[in-house]
Design a protein around this ligand. Sequence first.
Ligand SMILES: Cc1cc2nc3c(=O)[nH]c(=O)nc-3n(C[C@H](O)[C@H](O)[C@H](O)COP(=O)(O)O)c2cc1C
Length: 193
Amino acid sequence: MKFLAINSSYRENGLNSKMIDILKSEFEKSGHLLDILLLKEYKIKTCEACLLEDLKKCTPERCYSLGDDFEFIAKKMQGSDGLIFATPVHWYAPSALMWNLIERMTSLENTRNKIIQGKPVAVISAAAEDGSQSAITNIIVPLIHMGLFVLPFGMTYYSGKDEDRETEEYLKRIVRNMIFFSSQKGIKEHSWW
Ligand SMILES: Cc1cc2nc3c(=O)[nH]c(=O)nc-3n(C[C@H](O)[C@H](O)[C@H](O)COP(=O)(O)O)c2cc1C
C-alpha cells in the first residue's frame, strides 16, 4: 500500500521531517511506501469561498481550475491509502500553509464524494515549547467533518526534548494501525455520509 505524509513545516529538515523519516522507515519495514510532500514547495492559492456565492459551486473541478498545485495534491491524497498531516505549531495553531490546504479541501468534502472520505488519518506536530495539542485539535476536527477516519492513538507531537521520548513509540503505533485499518475489507467501498 501507499501512504502520504503532508508536511507543512517551513523547514526542510526540521522536527516534522525527523518524525516523518521515522514513519517512512516503519512503513518500509512492513513493505509499504510513504510519499512525502513538503507543502512549501507547492503553490496553493487561497480558497475563493465559492460556496458563499452558491454551495453548488464549491466542487473539486472548480477548485482544480484555479491553476495551482491543489489538483496535484488532492489527487495524491485520493491515490493514497492513508494520510499523515504534519504541522509545526505557529502561535498555538497549525502553520498557515496547513490551514490554507484545509480551507481548499472544503471543495473535496462539499460534494460528499469519495476523494478523501473514509481514509485513515493521523496528525503529528512539532513545537519548540507549547501548543501542539491545540494545533492538532484544530486539524483533527475539520478532518473528521470531511469524512476522514482519525485513527485511535492517531496523534503525536515532538519538541526535541527528553520528555517527548515516547514520540517514536507513538509514530510506530500510527504506522501499525494505519496499515491495519487500510487492509480491512469494505472500508473504501462503504459510503460514510
Ligand atoms: C511564526 C512561528 C510561530 C511559532 N509559534 C510557536 C508556538 O506557539 N509554540 C511553540 O512551542 N513553538 C512555536 N514556534 C516554534 C516551532 O513550532 C518549532 O520550531 C517547530 O519545531 C517548527 O517545526 P519544524 O521543526 O518541523 O520546522 C513557532 C515558530 C514560528 C516560525
